[in-house]
Design a protein around this ligand. Structure first.
Ligand code: ADP
Length: 558
């Protein structure tokens, strides 16, 4: 820690809160610009909704949600209509304040009329969501899963998932919501920070019992009951990839604004905490994403009334130490340097496989560094505990067993990492990229948006930028004049800006641009489903822009 700043640049910056904790111009930092904003309940719900509009089936892992206060009338109408069409539907809803955490301000309702809008329409933004009434129960208790995900890079997209996570249990036996039990937080909310205050909370050193357990212990139990845990894992992997695909377009807008291409800047990675609920039928549902998941490996124990002491929590330690250790191994700047050196000196593969080659002559310091690291980490690895992960069904390993990329990099780092356990973080993207690439439509729309942003450092498109986009992509014609283009721009931009998301800059934000783009696509390709309309319009725009670039290139040469 350098409380008074540090003149020399670092290899890795470990920020406590956000990308903006320090001004940095090089190295790697453990936060992406804009991530905190992106995973807030309202923004996440919006980003997932855009994907649900395009791909409703693929994105049905997120409960139906409405944003308050602006969608309150829509919420009331839609619920009324759904009830009319299916009178047996007796839903419950959960209201969550935006930016809240640890269950703060959350409440359940049966009727849309029960929403508490304290300050009327100016009230704090919140999300109201369909409540999942039939969660999977273990020992009659509701629980959720905290999984750690490493977003190693945005461009190209690289995602890793930790092989084990935490299961956090409620402390009152679960009953489906009724007007009588709606207020019982220990029955309905799985937050550790709430349940720790219940008299029934069980601290446990054993990963298979207690109010906080490893996820692998739950999978073992499910597997012994005959459940298809391989499917559970593949559904979870696809939920994680799809969620990140929903977040990347806006993250790229933030990224280019804070780290403009061609200027010195750091590269980013980030550990995210995914909160997932398994339904009774084992379908995983996304509850939320945390940009700053707690990495505490201790818990508070009440020694006598009012007197607390921090004691080690073996379950947290087992899961979290491995996540941090592997993150550092994956972003290891020495590994990158070795790779670069290898590329420069082009050794033969055989040479590279010589023991000690990678950590060799050029990089004595590295050996020292990784030894120190491995000693420290070994200190944390309690053999008894890490063995629990061995009991996890092999199927899960097979599924997540992407392993480090083969070849030189792997060989050369193997020696340096000898003595460390195998990676708990498994690559899932680009490993499964082929299956998911068709979903990345909004990413391509964001690329168009960024191209027309113009001035570096902005996140919003001005009217001139929007007109240039229309003109360069040849979207205006006799039935869609430039005057209509201006009206479209003003209408959509005004509405988005009145939602009070970000008043720092004027202009059209990405979400507004996406809405305008969908409008244009629907107009141009009437009969197709929305995702095909959007894909066709993207192809059309990309084609015209490529032609324009070529023309400019030839013109330049000429
Ligand atoms: P917070 O950030 O305040 O923890 P969450 O979205 O994680 O907010 O919700 C808190 C808890 O409420 C979750 O851990 C889960 O137990 C429960 N919960 C949240 N959303 C739902 C839902 N749609 N259906 C059922 N339970 C939910």
């Amino acid at each position: 820690q350098f409380p008074f700043g540090r003149r020399l640049p670092c290899d890795i910056y470990w920020h406590g809160v956000s990308f903006h904790d320090n001004y940095i111009f090089s190295g790697q930092v453990n936060k992406f610009p804009g991530m905190t904003e992106m995973v807030r309940k309202v923004t996440l719900s919006r980003a997932v909704r855009t994907m649900q509009d395009l791909f409703p089936i693929e994105y049905n892992f997120y409960p139906r949600s409405w944003i308050l206060p602006e969608e309150l009338p829509l919420f009331v109408t839609e619920v009324r209509m759904m009830k009319e069409s299916d009178p047996s539907w007796k839903p419950t809803f959960i209201v969550k304040p935006d930016g809240g955490c640890q269950g703060d301000g959350i409440y359940l309702i049966k009727d849309p009329g029960d929403i508490r809008l304290a300050g009327g329409l100016q009230s704090r933004p919140a999300v109201v969501q369909e409540y999942i009434c039939k969660p999977l129960l273990v020992d009659k208790l509701k629980f959720d899963i905290r999984l750690y995900v490493l977003l190693k890079s945005l461009e190209p997209l690289e995602i890793y998932i930790a092989k084990d996570g935490l299961s956090r249990f409620c402390t009152e036996p679960y009953q489906e919501p009724t007007l009588k039990n709606l207020h019982q937080v220990f029955m309905h909310l799985t937050n550790y920070s709430l349940n720790i205050h219940s008299g029934n909370f069980i601290h446990s050193d054993n990963a298979n019992t207690g109010s906080k357990r490893t996820f692998s212990s739950i999978l073992c139990r499910l597997s012994s009951r005959g459940a298809d845990v391989k499917k559970v894992w593949s559904d979870i992997i696809s939920l994680v990839i799809k969620t990140i695909i929903a977040l990347t377009p806006e993250l790229k807008v933030y990224y280019q604004s804070d780290i403009p291409a061609g200027k010195p800047g750091p590269t980013c990675f980030q550990i995210l905490g995914f909160d997932i609920l398994l339904m009774k039928n084992l379908k995983p549902m996304l509850l939320e994403v945390n940009a700053n998941p707690s990495m505490r490996i201790e818990h508070e124990q009440e020694l006598s009334p009012g007197v607390f002491e921090n004691v080690p929590s073996p379950v947290d330690e087992e899961v979290k130490v491995a996540v941090i250790r592997d993150t550092l191994r994956l972003v290891d700047p020495q590994k990158k340097k070795r790779k670069d050196t290898q590329a420069l000196t082009s050794p033969s593969a055989a040479e590279a496989r010589q023991p000690g080659f990678a950590a060799g002559m050029k990089d004595k310091q590295h050996k020292h560094h990784s030894l120190k690291l491995s000693l420290k980490l070994k200190f944390y690895l309690k053999p008894g505990l890490s063995q629990t992960s061995e009991h996890v069904p092999e199927t899960r390993d097979e599924l997540l067993d992407a392993g480090p990329a083969g070849g030189l990099e792997y060989e050369s780092s193997r020696h340096a990492e000898a003595g460390l356990p195998s990676l708990c973080l498994k690559q899932v993207f680009p490993k499964y990229a082929k299956q998911f690439s068709y979903l990345r439509l909004v990413d391509r729309v964001a690329a168009l948006f960024i191209r027309f942003l113009g001035v570096k450092g902005t996140t919003k498109l001005g009217p001139t930028g929007f007109r240039t986009f229309i003109r360069n992509c040849k979207l205006s014609n006799s039935s869609f004049s430039m005057a209509s283009v201006d009206i479209l721009y003003i209408d959509i931009t005004r509405r988005w800006n009145s939602m009070g998301i970000d008043h720092k800059e004027s202009g059209m934000c990405l979400q507004a641009f996406v809405e305008a783009f969908f409008c244009l696509a629907q107009k141009k390709y009437k009969a197709l489903p929305l995702h095909e309309q959007v894909a066709s319009l993207i192809d059309f725009c990309e084609y015209h822009l490529a032609a324009l670039d070529e023309k400019r290139l030839l013109g330049g040469r000429g």
